[in-house]
Design a protein around this ligand. Sequence first.
Ligand SMILES: Cc1cc2nc3c(=O)[nH]c(=O)nc-3n(C[C@H](O)[C@H](O)[C@H](O)COP(=O)(O)OP(=O)(O)OC[C@H]3O[C@@H](n4cnc5c(N)ncnc54)[C@H](O)[C@@H]3O)c2cc1C
Length: 335
Amino acid sequence: MTIYDVLIVGAGPCGLSCGIEAKRNGLQYAILDKGSITESIRRYPINMTFFSSADMIAIGEVPFVSLNLRPSRIEALKYYRKVAEHFALNIHIFTEVQDIQQEGDLFVLQTTQGEYRTKKVVLAIGYYDIPRELNIPGENLPHVTHYYDEPYRYTMTHAVVVGGANSAIEVALDLYRNGVHVTVVHQFDWFDKTAKYWIVPDIENRVKKEEVKAYFNSEVTEITEKEVFIRNIQTGKTDKIPADFVFLMVGYHPDAKFLRRVGVGLNGEMLIPEINAETFESNIPGIYMAGSVIGGEETAKVFIENGKLHAQPIMQHIRQQLSEKQEKVWVKKEA
Ligand SMILES: Cc1cc2nc3c(=O)[nH]c(=O)nc-3n(C[C@H](O)[C@H](O)[C@H](O)COP(=O)(O)OP(=O)(O)OC[C@H]3O[C@@H](n4cnc5c(N)ncnc54)[C@H](O)[C@@H]3O)c2cc1C
């Protein structure tokens, strides 16, 4: 059985960056992903556009050429696949890591494709797999989702979009522009001030012209097959809204259950992993964290632009650690 120097869990943009740096540092590595390459981006809304310019989310110093200033999801999917091909990265797709145990100096990873052994591990698992739940009756009904694809299936229906940040605004506008009767429900008094500056005026005008209905300072209390029940947080007034489809665009968070099972310390309500700010090594020596997972619940804090930069310090630290260890072995042998 191969004993790797480092196994990288997650083939998102930050995991791929780690793979490139592992290769550049001459480490024996593999990248394991439970889905395809950049699985999270593959599951993003089909017609989404990044808020970053292409150069800002390029990795491995491979230029990212896009038709527009901000690339589309499809351009990003093609680009990251070309980068993986360019570096001939060792990626094991459809390999979900279910548990990580320590055995002497090694880590043993239990995966859906069998056991892997390695000296070091990097967790670049992102946050997009676990939606933030509202924990209300009806949240798991078939017409309710935390993920959006495209508008065409929903034309001529009534849709309720819950949330007020980027994803909720983009979903509401996309549905409205494709003939859907859209109602937005948001817990705060207006749309998120940090939302993309070029979409906010658009949704504000739609609401002012009542082309999109909106309930602010409101929370969803129950979802039934045909309606959404809401309550105004300030007045206590309740309402019900007709809904054929419900989009809960209220965010995501890292897989806390998996991280805790592995033994990674998560601080406070924001689930911020315990890491060394310079080396990104976690509270478990030999396990490192990279990319957006480091932001915990504050998913807007770490994204591709800054998460990709974790790769170099991590791989340099791993190489240094492994060579120091090797030296000790030689010195001992000499003695
Ligand atoms: C709609 C939207 C627009 C965005 N726009 C931008 C933007 O313009 N600019 C920007 O910088 N960021 C943007 N972001 C944020 C950015 O996409 C994420 O921060 C980025 O994907 C983080 O990369 P990552 O490699 O850390 O995580 P991900 O890309 O989420 O990759 C994690 C990978 O880990 C895999 N994985 C998870 N658990 C396991 C496991 N147990 N075993 C094996 N594999 C596992 C997943 O399948 C996934 O492929 C956007 C996000 C969204 C949702």
